[in-house]
Design a protein around this ligand. Structure first.
Ligand SMILES: *[C@@H]1O[C@H](CO)[C@@H](O)[C@H](O)[C@H]1NC(C)=O
Ligand SMILES: *[C@@H]1O[C@H](CO)[C@@H](O)[C@H](O)[C@H]1NC(C)=O
Length: 255
């Protein structure tokens, strides 16, 4: 499937659902794909959703633009209301946004996915999520949204194994990469993060849940102008385990 260069396509929420699709489909994205700006049209769904695909490749030199600024303003005014009502919603945490369901690109239950070249920008919420995926390669790509855009995690991993992320330039308003429960065998290297909140394992154990994460390597990364460097964050009252974590050659500046 080809999205040709030098064209801009307005695309509503769409799902590419496999299981019975052939393997080895390549989506060559060289043009620009933009989201509707009216939150009503999104209907609270993910925007570009990929589910149950096997050996799927998304590649090209194109751009995916979530045009999220309308959402960010809404979310900021909700936070403001919460502040006025003194509600503790821990807006910094990034997990709250799991309910928000307004992620630009999301892969669920995929086996051996490759994502390369594409630039994703201005997502209303998380930019690129993998959940219940096994065998993920993300490389030579970038993510860009303003440092003050709320909950715009760059790449979010949950319940996924055998994931490699390298040569990625990530600028966003929350964690550049977040790794939550059920993840193992994750290898991240040669990533630039900033602005953003850093590279995080967690949050883990929210609402007394059990969370397990192991065998995570983060090496040769550059964090510049971020809120944090690399971290493991957990909630009080949760349980589980985190082991086999290696952070090496992490360069931080103005963090
Ligand atoms: C997925 O990739 C792994 C590692 O390269 C390979 O062993 C496995 O056979 C692949 N599975 C499918 C369904 O492509
Ligand atoms: C840890 O993860 C790496 C991939 O990042 C993998 O190559 C390695 O086999 C894993 N180690 C174990 C003990 O599973």
């Amino acid at each position: 499937m080809v999205v040709p260069a030098n064209h801009v396509f307005l695309v509503g929420p769409i799902s590419f659902v496999g299981e019975h699709c052939q393997e080895n489909i390549i989506l060559q994205l060289d043009g620009t794909v933009v989201a509707p700006t009216d939150p009503q049209v999104w209907g609270g769904e993910h925007w570009l959703h990929f589910d149950k695909l096997s050996r799927f490749t998304l590649q090209g030199s194109g751009t995916v633009d979530g045009r999220g600024s309308v959402w960010w303003r809404r979310s900021q005014s909700e936070d403001l209301n919460d502040d006025l009502l003194d509600v503790d919603n821990d807006a910094d945490d990034g997990m709250d946004s799991e309910d928000a369901d307004t992620q630009a690109m999301r892969f669920d239950h995929c086996l051996n996915v490759t994502f390369s070249g594409i630039k994703i920008q201005n997502s209303p919420n998380f930019h690129l999520t993998f959940d219940h995926c096994v065998g993920v390669l993300v490389r030579d790509m970038s993510i860009s949204s303003p440092g003050d855009s709320p909950n715009t995690d760059g790449i979010h991993l949950g319940n996924s194994q055998d994931v490699t992320i390298h040569d990625a330039t990530l600028a966003c308003g929350d964690d550049c990469i977040s790794i939550v429960s059920g993840c193992s065998n994750i290898n991240i290297h040669d990533v630039h993060c900033g602005p953003g909140h850093g590279i995080s394992i967690g949050s883990l154990g929210k609402d007394h849940s059990r969370a397990c994460v192991h065998n995570i390597t983060v090496r040769d990364v550059d964090l510049q102008g971020t809120m944090n460097g690399v971290r493991i964050k957990s909630w009080q009252g949760g349980s589980g385990s985190v082991y086999g974590v290696r952070f090496s050659n992490i360069r931080v500046s103005e963090v």
